[in-house]
Each structure stands twice: as structure tokens, then as C-alpha cells.
Design a protein around this ligand. Structure first.
Ligand SMILES: Nc1ncnc2c1ncn2[C@@H]1O[C@H](COP(=O)(O)OP(=O)(O)O)[C@@H](O)[C@H]1O
Ligand SMILES: O=C(O)[C@@H](O)C(=O)COP(=O)(O)O
Length: 423
């Protein structure tokens, strides 16, 4: 574990992430570059030093009111500053999940003021996951953001793709752009273009369609005390910064049975659950039955006992067709339905751990939030990736548990099967 290789260094990179699976995504990308990375859920009160190269604070601020997102993000940034980080990175979704009210613009502005930044790079590009920015337009694979499945997102449907327009809706700060043709000429050309922008504070939209483009941006971004984007630019900055001085970055996973929880409503997860159910028996969490008391945690516990007795990996899931989900949400209301399911998932996670499960796989950002809250780890070390942006993590507690927190959209159909077979 990285913690065994102690040195007196303090972390150079501090990341404020606006959701939990987004945080493990960026943490994975940075870890890949050879940087020891630790992630906390919220600000760990009382902790005054951390032995890692990069510290990630995972918040749940993507869809809360903008003033609350600003408050929590500032608290996280100030704590990271007290740890001595040189650079603060604001991580948001590579599909720019936000609304005209925020929260990307307001948080970027507040952090810029806190850090004394004058040019704030806006870089959602994550080429490995098919997110690229060209002529300031964000693409998801071969589709403009506004034509991609994100146009139907339940919380923040994305109906525009031009990042200058999206930022201008959320922030009064002037916004400028650096086109790919300039990026292709290298960091000095980008520096000259950015240097010509006028005003004390400017948001700078970064065209980038490859990791090489992000490497150009990293050189420029690191000259400021703050930058923003998805996992792509953070990884490029970590590549640009000198590597870890730690000799051992391995994060061994505790052994023991693996348990699966899926509360994700994303298309990718539907395929993964289906693939798993062709091989093993799962238990469907039925929000309507939870509401009437026809399904209780006792039923889930019985299923867990039966599966473990047969040495079969348990899967407790609410993932269902869009048609069924819409019907449930119509009957119960989306918030009540989600609360019932998330409570059941949290209780199931506790029941799994109480039964000796030491590897817990969770699909869905909100679901991961509920599970992490229930298990209450102090922090997690970032280990090997099962899919791009989805790393195994190990809690920093005395009796460690491995958590695999998967963003709904990430991973191939075999994701659960690969995780199950992980050595
Ligand atoms: N069958 C279901 N009935 C009601 N709510 C559900 C159901 N399945 C998922 N949900 C809710 O939908 C939300 C899914 O969000 P999340 O966990 O972030 O995954 P994703 O973003 O991949 O869909 C959660 O709040 C979850 O509790
Ligand atoms: O940047 C990304 O795409 C991800 O890290 C991310 O933030 C995904 O969000 P969820 O789909 O809500 O997990």
C-alpha cells in the first residue's frame, strides 16, 4: 500500500470532484501516471496531513443548489490548501452535466477567486472515453453532446454542445476559446493566445481531441493555481509533473467473496446486469414492494445467505427497463422511489460486509453515494482499473474492504464478470 512507503512530502495536486464515481474516475487516471492517490468522501475533519501525491475530495454537488455547491467546494479547496497542494483541480463530468443555474460556472468562479487564478482552463475532453472538444463543441463519441443520450438525462438534460454558450449561461466571467489549430502548434502558441485575452479573469475553453492535445494544455494549466475539467486534463497534468517518489504504489485487494449492487438506470449497466444474470441468480429490488412492505431487508438477507452458501456471487439490483422505471417513478414519485431503493442498497451493503464480503461492486453514482455513506470509510486508496476510469479501491480502515464504484455509463458488458474474476 502506498501508505507503507512513508515520506514527509505533502501532496502537490488536490482535486475537488462534484460526484463520487466521477472522483474515482479522475483518481484512477492520476494513479495510472504513477502518483499515489487517496480519495476522501467530503472533507475529513481533523486530518492535517496526508502522505500521497494526489488527494481527491469527492463531493455530491453536481445537482444541489449552486450556493451549496460553492460552499462545499470552497471548504474542500481550503482544506486542500492547508495540506499544501500546489494546484487545485475542479473535476466535473466529461459530458459537462450541469444546468444554466450551474454548478460548473459558479464553482469555477468561486474557486478562481479563492485561488487567485486569472485564466481558468475549461477542459471536459476525455478522449479515451470518447469525449472530445473541437471548435468549442463537446462530442460524445461521434455525436454532439446535444444529440447524445445526455439530451435525455433525468437531472440535467444537455441541449447545447458549445462550451462557450454553456459557460456563459452559468457565469458572468468572460469566456474565450483556443482552437485546435493553435493547440497543434504547441504550448507556447497556446500561451501566446491565452496571454492576449483581456481582463482579470477569463474562462478558457480548451479544444482537445487527443491525449497529446491535453499534454499541451497541461503545461499551460499548471502555470495557474487552478484548472478544471474531466479526468483527461488531470491525468495529463500528473504526467507533466514529476512522478511519485514512492517505491511501492501497489494496493492489494482484501481476499474474500465479492458482492454486487446495482442501482444504476444507465444503458451500459442494464447490459452488464443482463450479462451477469445469464450466469448467476440475482435479486431484484422492487421499489413498489419496498413501499408496501412486501419486500424487506430480511428478504434480501435471506437471498444473500443462500447465494453465499452456494458460493455464488450475489447481485442485488434495481436496474430495469426504462419503461418499468418510468412506471415506478409515476406511481411513487422519482424522489420517493430513489430513496426507497438507495436505502435498500445501503442496508444491503452493510449486510454484505457483515457476512464476510470484502469486495463490493456498486453501479451508479447516486447508489455509490448511498453505499459509501452506509459503510462510512475514512478514505480509499486507488488501485488497479477494471475498465477505464473504474478502479478497485481499498478503504483505509483497519479491516479494509475493496470497493469498485462504477459510473453508470462506464464499462463493457462483461464488467461484472471481469470484476468477479479479479485476482
Ligand atoms: N427500479 C428503480 N426504481 C426506482 N428508482 C430506481 C430504480 N433503479 C434505480 N433507481 C434510482 O435511480 C437513480 C440512479 O442513479 P445512479 O445510481 O447515479 O445511477 P445512473 O446515473 O447510472 O443511473 C438512483 O437514485 C436509484 O436509486
Ligand atoms: O467524467 C465522467 O464522465 C465521469 O467521471 C463522471 O463524472 C460520470 O458521472 P456519473 O455518470 O453520474 O457517475
Amino acid at each position: 500500500m502506498p501508505s507503507s512507503d512513508r515520506s514527509s512530502q505533502h501532496p502537490w495536486l488536490g482535486i475537488v470532484a462534484d460526484d463520487i464515481t466521477g472522483a474515482t474516475d479522475v483518481a484512477a487516471y492520476v494513479t495510472r501516471t504513477g502518483s499515489a492517490t487517496i480519495q476522501f468522501f467530503g472533507v475529513p475533519e481533523g486530518l492535517t496531513s496526508v502522505d500521497a501525491d494526489c488527494v481527491v475530495v469527492a463531493l455530491k454537488t453536481r445537482s444541489v443548489p449552486a450556493d451549496e455547491a460553492v460552499k462545499q467546494s470552497l471548504e474542500a479547496a481550503r482544506w486542500l490548501e492547508r495540506l499544501g497542494v500546489e494546484h487545485v483541480y475542479f473535476k466535473y463530468c466529461s459530458t459537462f452535466d450541469s444546468t444554466p443555474a450551474g454548478n460548473i460556472g459558479p464553482v469555477a468562479d468561486a474557486l478562481a477567486a479563492e485561488r487567485g487564478a486569472s485564466r481558468v482552463v475549461i477542459a471536459p475532453s476525455a478522449p479515451e472515453n470518447g469525449r472530445t472538444v473541437y471548435q468549442s463543441r463537446l462530442f460524445v463519441h461521434d455525436q454532439l453532446l446535444e444529440e447524445s443520450p445526455l439530451k435525455d438525462h433525468p437531472l440535467n438534460p444537455m441541449h447545447k454542445s458549445d462550451l462557450r454558450v454553456l459557460m456563459a449561461e452559468q457565469s458572468a466571467t468572460p469566456v474565450e476559446a483556443v482552437p485546435l489549430a493553435v493547440v497543434a502548434q504547441g504550448a507556447d502558441a497556446v500561451r501566446r493566445t491565452v496571454g492576449a485575452f483581456e481582463g482579470p479573469l477569463v474562462h478558457v475553453v480548451a479544444d482537445a481531441v487527443s491525449d497529446a492535445d491535453l499534454d499541451v494544455w497541461a503545461g499551460v494549466a499548471l502555470e495557474q493555481p487552478l484548472s478544471t475539467g474531466s479526468a483527461g486534463l488531470a491525468a495529463a497534468m500528473a504526467r507533466a509533473h514529476s512522478g511519485s517518489s514512492r517505491s511501492d504504489l501497489s494496493v492489494p485487494l482484501p481476499s474474500g467473496p465479492v458482492g454486487f449492487l446495482s442501482g444504476s438506470a444507465s444503458a451500459a449497466t442494464r447490459g452488464q446486469v443482463h450479462h451477469f444474470l445469464e450466469r448467476h441468480a440475482g435479486l431484484y429490488v422492487d421499489a413498489k414492494a419496498l413501499a408496501t412492505g412486501e419486500q424487506r431487508i430480511g428478504d434480501i438477507e435471506r437471498y444473500l445467505d443462500e447465494a453465499l452458501a452456494k458460493a455464488d456471487p450475489p447481485l442485488v439490483y434495481s436496474t430495469t427497463s426504462l419503461h418499468e422505471l418510468t412506471a415506478i417513478q409515476r406511481d411513487l414519485g422519482p424522489a420517493t422511489a430513489a430513496h426507497l431503493v438507495e436505502t435498500a442498497m445501503a442496508e444491503t451493503a452493510r449486510a454484505m460486509v457483515a457476512r464476510g464480503i470484502r469486495r463490493v461492486v456498486v453501479a451508479g453514482g447516486e447508489t455509490s453515494g448511498a453505499v459509501v455513506q452506509a459503510l462510512g470509510p475514512a478514505g480509499i486508496w486507488i488501485g488497479p482499473e477494471v475498465a477505464p476510469g473504474v478502479p478497485w479501491t481499498v478503504t483505509t480502515d483497519d479491516d479494509p474492504i475493496a470497493l469498485l464504484l462504477k459510473s453508470g455509463n462506464f464499462g463493457t458488458e462483461e464488467f461484472f464478470t471481469i470484476a468477479e474474476a479479479w485476482a
